[in-house]
Design a protein around this ligand. Sequence first.
Ligand code: IMP
Ligand code: MG
Length: 183
Amino acid sequence: MDARTISDDLERVLLTEQQIQERLAELAQEVWAHYEGKDVLLVGVLKGAVIVMADFMRALPGSVPMDWMAVSSYGSGTKSSGVVRILKDLDADITGRHVLIVEDIIDSGLTLSWIKANLESRSPATVEILTLLRKPDAAKVEIPVRWVGFDIPNEFVVGYGLDFDERYRNLREVATLAPHVYS
Ligand code: IMP
Ligand code: MG
């Protein structure tokens, strides 16, 4: 493991742990009211959504099941192409069920719109999206996101599940990286 602490590699904290938790608690109330009396399944996309899922589902006042998908998106470098391959599919049959996709961040939205269409092809009752973070480019794709935690500027961020080269997912805040990390 790296001997440095994470904070040495950060430039600026965009969202503190407390801000995130407070917002998730608000969203949990809204979501709970929306699905009152309905059978909802939370679906996370590995790996970025792990931390959001853990905190969001524990902010819900009642019990809900969760399931996971893993996908790989073809395309070079950091830009996603929207062409997706399923590496791990859902365990659950979602026919007739209310699916809530729980995401960490929507950037181009291409991956997520593919996933949403794929899930909709399985005859669920509804498919909605909750994301902790949304970047401005998400507006370019027609992807209806019902619940957004925070709209953030078009900067690369890490922490709270989000990685740079598989690192920094365990940071409790959402932050930008210092320039020395990239070079
Ligand atoms: P897109 O919405 O299809 O462009 O891709 C979204 C995915 O790209 C997210 O699920 C993240 O894995 C990754 N991503 C986008 N922006 C960031 C960021 O600022 N930091 C870390 N990962 C990001
Ligand atoms: Mg992701």
